[in-house]
Write a new protein. Structure first.
Length: 159
């Protein structure tokens, strides 16, 4: 069976009077919706970026504490351990791209006595997050991490 072609008016258009002008009330609605949704999406994106920066800074400080504790564990006295911890933490934070004002590394425990000597180091960093912070959210945040390391009994300097 052959299908009949659609009925056309003299102007060549389909005769559907109900469809004519049905969408006239929706004109400009996409622009209005985007004007409302775009700032919300932008704020959400900035919040995700800020959360990522905070998480990255926490991990950088934790890694710096581990490096500082390892460097301090190779030293034979508290003064040298403190200096090594400060240098290692500063280098680790610099290599990680985290700018701290100030960054501190403090040896909070140093027990070199065998058989299980321990060194504990606390690293603190006040990071500037103003590049990604939203208005009303902290521009600076202080991150602190602590790491403990067994003192290397075969360390090279005096042990």
């Amino acid at each position: 069976m052959i299908a009949a072609p659609p009925v056309r008016s003299a102007g060549g258009r389909n005769d559907r009077p109900a469809d004519r002008g049905a969408d006239r009330g929706d004109r400009g609605s996409v622009a209005t919706e985007m004007a409302i949704v775009a700032p919300v999406l932008f704020m959400l994106l900035m919040l995700v970026i800020f959360a990522g920066r905070v998480t990255d800074a926490r991990h950088q400080v934790l890694a710096a504490a581990g490096a500082a504790a390892r460097a301090a564990s190779l030293e034979s006295n508290l003064g040298d351990a403190q200096a090594a911890a400060e240098a290692a933490a500063e280098l680790n934070l610099k290599d990680g791209g985290l700018t701290c004002t100030p960054a501190t590394a403090e040896v909070t425990q140093f027990e070199p006595d065998p058989p299980a000597g321990l060194v504990r180091v606390e690293v603190s960093c006040t990071a500037d997050l103003s590049g990604v912070a939203l208005p009303g959210i902290l521009q600076e945040q202080t991150f602190t991490a602590e790491a403990t390391e067994v003192i290397d009994r075969y360390r090279g300097s005096g042990g």
